[in-house]
Design a protein around this ligand. Structure first.
Ligand code: G3P
Ligand code: CA
Length: 346
């Protein structure tokens, strides 16, 4: 059981955590209910109680940072409907994966601003398609401004949790993400250790370099398979071992593992949370989603992959295991799960 669930007595860090609970991180915004990475999705996430909103960052040709999960924007924008850009459709290999589509680094910000976001999973989330065409691709600065504005209006601190996407690939193109990100944080007054900001990356070397340049908290993302694109480790798997976790703790505040690295397929919890905590690292896993297709088998309801299962119970289970925060496409369910620990049943 997590220490903060059992703590009591005087005002301790554990008690403070009992009051605040694990962080609810809106994964690409409230992306279960709005097209991902739009101000619509972020605004809803904040209304639903998210502490942090997550922008994944990729650069434009003219050096701005925009918010998309991939630099290939074919699945999340209406670019295929723009004949003026048809000739820029191309095929590239990014971190070893061949991709065909349209890529942010081939467009100026002004050009990208003529596009509109669409729902990535129209079969799984058909209700979200009513918002297709309504929202622009946001810039990092627009997301920071929203977080600050919403924080001031709500009286809560709303933070941002940016992810550097394909950092080595973009650095090789002369479009490094990190300097732009640090400049934006500095401009926002969020270049401090206590700023409501976490910077995350699936690569290692860019986080190590960031550690030399900023006090902002850094999160090392890991996965069950494959390896970091920068060649820093032979596998992600070894990065979850206690020896590697100690190395990660030298530059990072925490790790962001995939859910199955905490609750294995046999439904038995792994030692990852305990190992990370022993190394002095926080644990922020990804990604809780309500649809059966994404849920642990034990929390599914019925056989329709798009039907919502028992996500609240799944999140409660992970909170009980001791996660310090979690990414979810449904921040309202995340906030409810956290609240249910604060208010014990009568
Ligand atoms: O950043 C945490 C989680 O979002 C990593 O997965 O692929 O959704 O960026 P992805
Ligand atoms: Ca992400």
């Amino acid at each position: 059981m997590a220490a903060w669930l059992t703590a009591g007595g005087c005002a301790t860090t554990a008690e403070h955590k009992m009051e605040t609970g694990p962080l609810v991180i809106a994964h690409r915004g409230a992306s279960g209910e709005r097209p991902e990475h739009t101000l619509l999705a972020y605004e809803l996430a904040i209304k639903q109680g998210a502490d942090y909103i997550e922008p994944d960052l990729v650069p434009t040709k003219d050096g701005h940072l925009v918010v998309r999960h991939e630099n290939n924007i074919v699945e999340t924008t209406d670019i295929a409907q723009h004949p003026e850009f048809a000739a820029r459709r191309t095929t590239k290999t990014i971190d070893g994966v061949k991709e065909t589509g349209w890529f942010t680094e081939d467009f100026t910000l002004a050009e990208l601003k003529t596009l509109r976001a669409i729902e990535r999973l129209p079969q799984m989330r058909p209700a979200n398609t009513q918002y297709n065409g309504q929202a622009e691709i946001p810039t990092l600065e627009e997301v920071i401004a929203l977080a600050k504005r919403a924080g001031a209006e709500s009286g809560r601190t709303i933070g941002i949790y940016p992810e550097t996407k394909h950092p080595s690939y973009f650095a090789a193109l002369g479009l490094a993400i990190e300097p732009k990100l640090l400049a934006a944080l500095k401009k926002a007054g969020w270049d401090r250790a206590d700023a409501p900001v976490f910077i995350q990356s699936f690569e290692v070397n860019n986080l190590k370099a960031l550690h030399q340049k900023t006090k902002v908290r850094l999160i090392q993302l890991i996965k069950p398979a494959t390896a970091p694109a920068d060649g820093s480790y032979a596998t992600y798997r070894e990065m979850a071992e206690p020896a590697a976790l100690k190395q990660i703790a030298a530059y990072a505040y925490g790790i962001g593992p995939e859910l199955t690295q905490i609750l294995a397929a046999d439904n038995k919890p792994t030692t990852l949370i305990a190992d990370a905590h022993a190394a002095g690292l926080k644990v922020h896993p990804w990604t809780f989603r309500a649809e059966n297709a994404f849920l642990n088998l034990a929390y599914r309801t019925g056989t329709d992959p798009a039907e919502h299962g028992r996500l609240l119970e799944e999140i409660r289970f992970f909170i009980g295991l001791g996660v310090d925060g979690f990414f979810t496409d449904y921040p309202y369910i995340g906030a409810q799960a956290r609240e249910s620990f604060r208010t014990p049943a009568k």
